[in-house]
Design a protein around this ligand. Structure first.
Ligand code: GLC
Ligand code: CA
Length: 569
């Protein structure tokens, strides 16, 4: 245990700043609000926060279009507000990591404004500019956010490349000046004491240098139709292949690992900092010590039905693939995905399933990342009017649905179910108007999910011992007090069951072995474990009492039970 780094022991909590807490009553989250909620986070029991981009931005992609890397968005506060947040977090033992968007800037970043001003501007080559081909873009590349990946710039008669929105031009990372400028920005926040970064969209940093046309036989419209019920990559191998054929030349290209190694050197100038990559590619761990500290295990969450076989297969593959010394990292939702509560439910036992998923992410080997609101069981919200959408790809999606013959009502529902806005609504703090996020009468930047009046809010759950919130607190506490759940190895048991998932976590120092049984089904079971230890002392169970000693020759497990016990000999 002692030799583990802080980020190996920590539970991270993602804050989506625009939606977390509104401290100045303008309908938008901010640093004053976040600072006021630090006691809540400390009490919840998390150890670190990842803050989605808080930088100045015209907000075409809710902050993932940065127009100044070394400042705070005015609507979120000032640098002083940030520093106060940092100091108050530190006082409570909470680490802070930020979001680093390397692939692109906002089209309103000073660098791009200069770059597009003329062909011989010194910053022209900071972005990816190309001549057109016979009055058309340089090639047929597309943006997964909708439409071509090239935007024509009339003033200089060239095209610039953007993997995401046209308001997010890609930087040219072959240019050493770009690197220098970005590493300076990286150091700016590390100097200010932040503990590391979540790296945005690193897979898109380089493009295939030959810039040849992709050879997908599918149109983007065919792809959109195929994806419209959600993209569960892991499950649909054919679709994944088609996606790679369309976008493969634009992602995961040579050079990115060298670049990550350079970034690691920058970050290592500062003690105890960490990097987590928004990529599930194991290669981002490098040799285990020279690239990123963590890369998200997205394949685990990329399924519509989370069942024990899926989890076991994922763990076997993932853990075996890690290079020596590399540490796993698991998560089930974030600001881009469907909320976990809405995703894995069966319509009848949603709450119990969501709790089993939390127990899973906190007991698997690796660093867990939680997403704000999941601790009170927030679910996806379906927007009711196109004018309320804030996520541009969803508006594109809507328009395509209409072209495709859907009625406006149908198109709206489909777009609302697909938009990333669904998981970005304001945090539900209480049963007061606007869920206590903003005062009554204030228009919040996205609507508040009306289910806050049905007990899906912090205040109501705080005092209810049976609430989801108190379940989270107990689980987080348990993890902290149980060394094998943090440092232990992983051994799956009963590997043929697709109803329940059981495994051991065993640590050497201190010596401890825990048995975890997560019943994902509505069937009761009586389980026999052939282990050297014949009994376990209950540390946590949704159905048994703490400290009860249970025989492992006949362990009764209730429907959807979560059982965590320490083996005793
Ligand atoms: C990442 C972010 C996503 C953003 C995209 C472009 O995938 O998580 O929210 O839209 O990068 O920056
Ligand atoms: Ca505000």
């Amino acid at each position: 245990m002692a030799e583990l780094k802080w980020w190996q022991k920590a539970v991270f909590y993602q804050i989506y700043p625009r939606s977390f807490a509104d401290g100045n009553s303008d309908g938008i989250g901010d640093f004053i609000g976040m600072t006021e909620r630090l006691d809540y986070l400390a009490d919840l029991g998390i150890d670190a926060v990842w803050i989605s981009p808080h930088f100045p931005s015209p907000q075409f992609d809710v902050g993932y279009d940065v127009s100044d890397y070394v400042n705070v968005a005015p609507e979120y506060g000032s640098l002083d507000d940030f520093k106060r947040f940092r100091d108050e977090a530190r006082k409570r033992g909470i680490r802070v990591i930020l979001d680093l968007v390397l692939n692109h800037t906002s089209h309103l970043h000073q660098w791009f404004i200069e770059s597009r001003s003329s062909r011989d501007n010194p910053k022209r080559d900071w972005y990816v500019w190309h001549d057109g081909k016979n009055g058309a873009p340089p090639n047929n590349w597309l943006s997964p956010f909708g439409g071509p990946a090239w935007e024509y710039d009339q003033a200089t008669d060239q095209y610039y490349y953007h993997f995401f929105l046209k308001e997010q031009p890609d930087l040219n990372w072959h240019n050493p000046e770009v690197k220098k400028a970005m590493w300076d920005a990286t150091r700016f926040w590390l100097d200010m004491g932040v503990d590391g970064y979540r790296l945005d969209a690193i897979g898109t940093i380089f493009e295939h240098p030959a810039m040849l046309d992709h050879r997908s036989e599918w149109t983007q419209e065919q792809m959109r139709r195929a994806l419209k019920n959600g993209f569960a990559h892991g499950e649909d191998k054919e679709l994944t292949k088609k996606w790679d054929l369309m976008y493969g030349l634009q992602v995961d290209q040579d050079g990115v690992h060298r670049l990550m190694q350079e970034l690691r050197v920058v970050v290592d100038e500062f003690p105890e900092r960490m990097l987590v990559g928004e990529s599930d590619d194991i290669e981002f761990y490098g040799d285990g010590s020279n690239e990123l500290h963590l890369a998200f295990n997205f394949p685990l969450m990329n399924t519509k039905h989370l069942n024990p076989n899926w989890i076991r297969n994922n763990q076997t593959a993932r853990l075996a693939a890690l290079p020596p010394g590399a540490w796993p990292c698991n998560t089930f939702n974030n600001h881009d995905s469907s909320r976990m509560n809405s995703r894995y439910g069966d319509g009848k036992n949603d709450e119990a399933i969501a709790r089993a998923v939390l127990a899973l992410v906190l007991t698997l080997r690796g660093t867990p990342f939680l997403y704000n609101g999941e601790e009170i069981g927030m679910s996806n919200y379906r927007l009711t009017d196109l004018s309320l959408f804030r996520d541009p790809p969803a508006v594109w999606f809507y328009e395509k649905e209409i072209e495709d013959g859907s009625s406006p009502e149908q198109a709206l529902i489909l777009a609302a179910d697909n938009t990333r806005d669904r998981c970005r609504t304001p945090m539900q703090w209480s049963a007061a108007a606007n869920a206590g996020f903003s005062p009554e009468g204030v228009q919040t930047w996205l609507p508040v999910n009306p289910n806050y009046v049905q007990g899906i809010n912090v205040a109501n759950q705080q005092d209810d011992p049976k609430s989801t919130l108190n379940f989270y607190k107990r689980m987080l506490q348990l993890r902290k007090q149980t060394p094998s759940l943090i440092s232990g190895d992983y051994t799956p048991l009963h590997e043929t069951s697709n109803d329940y998932f059981s495994f051991l976590r065993r640590s050497a120092d201190p010596e401890q072995t825990c048995l975890v049984v997560l019943n994902f089904s509505d069937k009761a079971r009586n389980l026999k474990f052939n282990l050297k230890a014949g009994a376990a002392r209950c540390l946590f169970s949704t159905h048994k009492s703490e400290n009860e000693v249970l025989s492992l020759n006949a362990l009764n497990v209730a429907p959807f039970e979560i059982f965590i016990g320490e083996l005793i000999s």
